[in-house]
Write a protein that binds this ligand. Sequence first.
Ligand code: GAL
Length: 337
Amino acid sequence: MHINSFNLRTVLLLIMVLLMPAISLIAQKKDGKTIYPGAVWPDNRGNPIQAHGGGIIRLGSTYYWFGEYRAKDNPPGYRYVGCYSSKDLVNWTFLKRIQFSDPENLGAGWVLERPKVYYNEKTKKFVMYMHLDDRSYKFARVGVAVSDKVDGDYQFVKSFRPLGLESRDIGQFIDDDGSCYLIFESRPTRGFYIARLSDDYLDVAEQTCFISAPLEGGAIVQYNGLYYAIGSAMTGWNPNPNKFATAESLKGPWSEFTNIAPPEKNTYGSQSTMLIKVTGSKDTTVIFMGDQWKPSTQWDSRYLWMPVEIGDGKLRLPEPKPWKLNIKTGEVKIENN
Ligand code: GAL
């Protein structure tokens, strides 16, 4: 076939269009400043970050992200927690794939989900909470594991039911005064609990509040003296309209829950996991950290991180768009196309 210059141009154009996704991924890596909600998020090795249903702590100027490490090539039988570090919440360095073997004889298909790590200043231990379950989600307990190092081999300590109650999805909240709380969903009482951790963080010390709303994926942030709680409806891996409520005290009373985005968007295909507050020199930004689950290809589940519009008792998750965060000033720039 004779290829004239017109045909050649068409072919080249077609190749470019086909390569666009790859080109935008490269751009994502090169720029190193932009968060692309829902895109593959590579770590420093170029591998997709594996930290689903995660939690984040900040120690000094370093953030640590822990979450379910669901890589396709995980050896069978074990469950893994990914541990990554970052100075800017955009570029993440892989530190460790923390290995756990079935600690409570839960059997094939056992579940380790939504790990959260707290650092205890007094004991100098890193304390990990996790949702532990059997394949039918009847065990409904939290597991606790500890390590001397943030990216160490976490040793399993015990499992228990916080406040004696069934516990499935867990969330992590650390208030501005440093107090640490576990949020957990309790199916029989239809709602979620906020429980303050004991001094050594190995247990819960007391019930801070019971929020009577059948929600999971519980996340809390304190913004300008007001507490905002977010949760998702209980539809398993499928997204639903996530909702928020506010309270002047963690103990409540809490307002009614209302949608954080137009309900038909189903939280843009994501489920709440955590709210991260970045207090900079010029602005305070709250980031909605959600999971876009892919139940049949879990290793490819994505993250939806977006700054929320928050204040005066209102909270809105805007339509996801690429955005930049200045970790020093706390300012955010959303790309408007
Ligand atoms: C979701 C929950 C996930 C996982 C899933 C299993 O509702 O948030 O963490 O447990 O159900 O179906």
